[in-house]
Structure formats: structure tokens, C-alpha cells
Design a protein around this ligand. Structure first.
Ligand SMILES: Cc1cc2nc3c(=O)[nH]c(=O)nc-3n(C[C@H](O)[C@H](O)[C@H](O)COP(=O)(O)OP(=O)(O)OC[C@H]3O[C@@H](n4cnc5c(N)ncnc54)[C@H](O)[C@@H]3O)c2cc1C
Length: 497
């Protein structure tokens, strides 16, 4: 039998995972990426002194990678140095208050009791139970399975589990739901922030997404060599199964013949033949015709309103003072709703944004002496394709950001604005078709999870993977999407229409 030949466009988590599974199944696989290295959003930047992780930093759902490596006859724990985090994150507020979240429930309960009282600690218990319910009911029926319709999801879950599915409350917003658990507005703010992990507003996304809190509770791992090391490990695994990787190669168009995919053409005019193509970039690029205007697919263009969050990020090496940073740190100001109104309604950034700081040298609580590597991030609207540089005035936004940090007592000792800045305009340049959105389409409203792209498309031989398609964004979810695309190709090759 002829060996099927697949081209994977995009060496992000989804593309790397699809390539591994396909190669293990005996396909000839070539991964093509316009970037110079694997990882996609898992990228590092150089600030003149150090390489600093500039993308994802919260590494969860390790079981996804354990399974991927095991299915390729390899061991994830041997492939990558990773340490379980005892402390998940440190949170600071502008009134000077502080709360740490831990990996174990009892420590969190004690911390929340001291922070907000016994009633909110009981609320936390109930919140965790509900978050776990949401996760358990959706893990095998939704996350690791091909995209279902709402009806198909109910059928997959089965009659016995229907009450548990209904209890995920997709009809209620996360913001509203949190009122049932927390009286202290700071706790509501903290747990609402999980919506931003999928690029969404807590005021508009379904309560179902509190499952992300459970995902963190199941374990967050710190990678001493950074998230880029994960991309390298995935590429090494692919190489060991014969996957070929081509970097600095932009795919300009997809070729078709007899109403099915026949290959790709690079911007150098080189044409490569393929039986199947997995597109693992932002699927909106196809919808917008960036891969060829002639393609007949069912991928719908993303509207402005559907675009998930973008970000402003600064990467730097600097000494810090005051607030004792942990590995993951979040700084909140008041008026949380303003931040999302500004982004999703006014397409701008509030004066007092929530600030995330990843102090990546602080693995296992290590305290660096002197300068340390920092990634500092605030949420931003995904208008990277229409904005002008003045819309993201880095110096002005840096002043706002450091003001929020300073209110919590955290001072970054840097004489000027950090030089490695990434704006939504830059993200749009790096990830074509995205408008700067880091997560594809928002999860707003109860139907959004059912309307993301699927691994199969209406064009025979074209499959989708990555954080912009089912089951959604985040490194582990994008990895699952890659596995689903590979599964679809393998099934379709076994049962051609
Ligand atoms: C700043 C930031 C922070 C984040 N934080 C977290 C976090 O803490 N935890 C978490 O789990 N997730 C986080 N995410 C989200 C996570 O990084 C993404 O959901 C995930 O990495 C996306 O993977 P992907 O498979 O969609 O591929 P991407 O990473 O989107 O990569 C797609 C690749 O396709 C390539 N490509 C696109 N078009 C073409 C073309 N025409 N030709 C050739 N190549 C092409 C691009 O160059 C790119 O390398 C974060 C993202 C960012 C940017």
C-alpha cells in the first residue's frame, strides 16, 4: 500500500503533536513553519542578555503529553525536566493584600480563611467541587474527542450523567456563577481570571469554564529550561519517528486537484505535493483567503466581536524590590469589569490593567540574587490588523503597568521601557489571520465551544489543528487538537469515501 504523505503547516503545539501521531502511524510527514524554530507561541526572545519565555508559562494537563509520548513509545518524564509547583500563583491587590494559591486544597482553604473568612473558605470547597464536576463530565466527552454538536455531547455523556452536564451551567456566565461561592470581591476577581486563559471575558463566558480552576488544581509544572524546551522535546520525538521539519518557510497557498488537497506552495514558489494537509496556524487565515482565495471550505471568518484576547508583553532582565515575587504572579486593581469593557467594547486598554508577571528564574521558590528574567503581560484587544503603533504606545502602557505593580508594592528596577515588547500588531504579524488574538475565537455565550473549527473540513484532505480549533486554546488543548487531526486522517485513510 502507498504510504500517505502529509504536510503539517505550523510547528506550534498542535502541529507538532499531529506530526508525531501521523509518523507513528507510518505516514511520511513534513512540518513547515515560517518561523525559524519550533514552538509557535511557545517562543523565546533575547533581551540582549538572556533568552526569556515570551509565550505560555502555565503548564498544566501533563497527562496529555504523557499519553502522546507513551503512544510514540517514549517517556515524557525522561524527555523534559519539569517540577510540580507547590505554590500555583501569588496574587497581589492594590490595597496591599496578598493571597497565594497552592497545589493542595487544605493549604488553600487555610489561606482563604485567613484572607476572607470561613464563609468564603466554605464557598471555595463548593467551587472546587463544581469545577471538578465540569472537568470530569467534559474531559472524555468533549476535550479528547472530535467536536460534538450540543445534542451529540448529551448523547456521548449518557443519560446517567446528564444532570452533571446540566450542572456545568453553560447558560450562566462565570462572573454571575462566582457570586454563589465568594462574597469577597477579590476572590471573585481571582477565580474569574481563569476566563482569560481562553482569551475570554468572565462577564461573557459560560460558568462551565470554571473547570480551568480544576485543571490547575490537578497540577501546574515549572520547566527550568522554559516552555520552549517542550517544543524542542516534541520536535525531537517527531524526528525520532522520521518527521522532517522545514523552518523559515512560509506556505503561501494550498493547492487542490479534483476538489481535494494536492499540496502546498511556498512563498519561494516551490510546490510540494501532499495527500493531506494539516493547517495548524490560525484557522481564520484560511477563512480570510490568506492561503488562497479559491479554497472551498466551511471555515467561517471570525468577526471582530469573536476575537479572543490579545496582549502587550514585555520581556526583560531586571532586579525587583518590595513584593516578593513567586514564579507566577498576578496583580489586580479595582474595577475588574472595566478591563473587559475596555477590551471587548471599546477595543482599548484600561488605565489599571491586571498584570501578570512570570518570574521564570524562580523555579521551586528559588530567589535569584541580582537581575532576573521576567515576562510581564497585560490583556489587550485583538486589533493587530487594523491598529497603528500609536494605539499601543509601549511607554505609556508600561507606565500604567508598573503603576499597578507599584500599588501592590512591586518595583521593577529598570531605567527605561524594556526593549523586547510584543504588541497585538506584532502578534498579528507572527500569526497571520489572527488579528493579534492569542486564543482564536472567544468562548463567549453557551454555543461558542460548538462553533470552533473542527479537525475535518469540507475540503477533502484538509484538516485543522491548533488552539484556534476544537477543543480550544492553551498548550495542552492545542496538543489534543493535533492528535484529533491525526486521528481523523488515519481514520479517513482507512475508510476512504
Ligand atoms: C503571551 C502568551 C501567553 C500564553 N499563556 C499560556 C499559558 O500560560 N498556558 C497555556 O497553556 N497557553 C498559553 N497561551 C496560549 C498557547 O500558547 C496557545 O494556545 C498554543 O501554544 C497554540 O498552539 P497552536 O498549535 O495553535 O500553534 P501556534 O503556537 O499558534 O503556532 C502556529 C504556527 O503556525 C505557523 N504558521 C502560521 N501560518 C503559516 C504559514 N502560512 N506558513 C508557515 N507557517 C505558518 C506560525 O509561524 C506558528 O509557528 C499563551 C499564548 C501567548 C501568546
Amino acid at each position: 500500500m502507498k504510504v500517505p504523505n502529509t504536510i503539517v503547516i505550523g510547528a506550534g503545539a498542535g502541529g507538532l503533536a499531529a506530526a508525531i501521531d501521523l509518523a507513528v502511524a507510518g505516514h511520511t510527514v513534513t512540518v513547515i513553519d515560517r518561523a525559524s524554530e519550533p514552538g509557535g507561541k511557545m517562543r523565546q526572545v533575547f533581551d540582549g542578555q538572556h533568552f526569556i519565555d515570551a509565550g505560555p508559562t502555565v503548564f498544566t494537563m501533563r497527562w496529555v503529553f504523557d499519553a502522546l509520548f507513551a503512544d510514540a513509545n517514549s517517556s515524557f518524564s525522561e524527555a523534559l525536566d519539569m517540577r510540580p509547583a507547590d505554590r500555583l500563583a501569588r496574587h497581589g491587590w492594590s490595597d496591599g493584600s496578598q493571597l497565594d494559591l497552592y497545589a493542595d486544597h487544605a493549604s488553600n482553604r487555610a489561606a482563604i480563611t485567613a484572607f476572607a473568612g470561613a464563609r468564603d473558605a466554605q464557598g471555595y470547597d463548593r467551587f472546587c467541587q463544581r469545577a471538578e464536576n465540569n472537568y470530569r463530565v467534559l474531559k472524555d466527552s468533549f476535550m479528547t474527542a472530535q467536536q460534538p454538536s450540543m445534542l451529540a455531547l448529551a448523547a456521548r455523556v449518557g443519560v446517567k450523567q446528564l444532570p452533571a452536564l446540566a450542572a456545568t451551567r453553560p447558560d450562566q456566565t462565570l462572573w454571575r456563577a462566582l457570586d454563589h461561592y465568594f462574597q469577597d470581591p477579590r476572590l471573585k476577581q481571582l477565580f474569574a481570571r481563569y476566563a482569560t486563559y481562553v482569551g475570554s471575558s468572565p462577564m461573557q463566558c459560560p460558568a462551565t469554564l470554571m473547570l480551568i480552576a480544576h485543571v490547575e488544581q490537578e497540577g501546574v509544572w515549572q520547566l527550568p529550561k522554559g516552555m520552549r524546551a517542550l517544543a524542542d522535546a516534541l520536535m525531537r520525538l517527531g524526528q525520532s519517528h522520521g518527521v522532517d521539519y522545514r523552518f523559515n518557510s512560509h506556505v503561501q497557498s494550498l493547492s487542490t486537484s479534483n476538489a481535494r488537497i494536492s499540496g502546498v506552495t511556498l512563498d519561494t514558489s516551490e510546490s510540494l505535493r501532499a495527500d493531506n494537509v494539516v493547517f495548524a496556524g490560525d484557522c481564520n487565515a484560511i477563512a480570510e483567503g490568506l492561503l488562497g482565495p479559491h479554497l472551498t471550505t466551511d471555515i467561517k471568518p471570525r468577526t471582530q466581536a469573536q476575537r479572543g484576547l490579545s496582549a502587550m508583553t514585555w520581556c526583560l532582565s531586571a532586579e525587583t524590590e518590595g513584593f516578593e515575587l513567586d514564579y507566577h504572579n498576578v496583580f489586580f486593581d479595582k474595577h475588574y469589569q472595566h478591563e473587559f469593557d475596555a477590551i471587548f467594547n471599546d477595543r482599548t486598554i484600561t488605565d489599571c490593567p491586571t498584570v501578570y508577571v512570570c518570574a521564570q528564574d524562580r523555579v521551586g521558590g528559588h530567589k535569584p540574587s541580582g537581575a532576573e528574567r521576567l515576562l510581564i503581560l497585560i490583556n489587550a484587544p485583538a486589533i493587530g490588523d487594523t491598529a497603528i503603533d500609536a494605539d499601543f504606545d509601549s511607554e505609556a502602557l508600561w507606565r500604567r503597568t508598573t503603576r499597578v505593580l507599584a500599588r501592590s508594592g512591586c518595583h521593577i528596577n529598570t531605567p527605561s521601557t524594556p526593549s523586547v515588547v510584543t504588541t497585538p500588531i506584532d502578534f498579528h504579524g507572527l500569526f497571520p489571520g489572527s488579528g493579534g488574538s492569542l486564543y482564536g475565537q472567544t468562548s463567549h455565550g453557551m454555543m461558542s465551544s460548538f462553533t470552533r473549527g473542527n479537525s475535518r473540513t469540507a475540503l477533502a484532505g484538509l484538516y485543522l489543528a491548533g488552539g484556534t480549533v476544537h477543543p480550544g486554546p492553551g498548550v495542552p488543548m492545542a496538543t489534543l487538537s493535533g492528535r484529533l487531526a491525526a486521528q481523523a486522517i488515519i481514520e479517513d485513510a482507512a475508510h476512504p469515501h
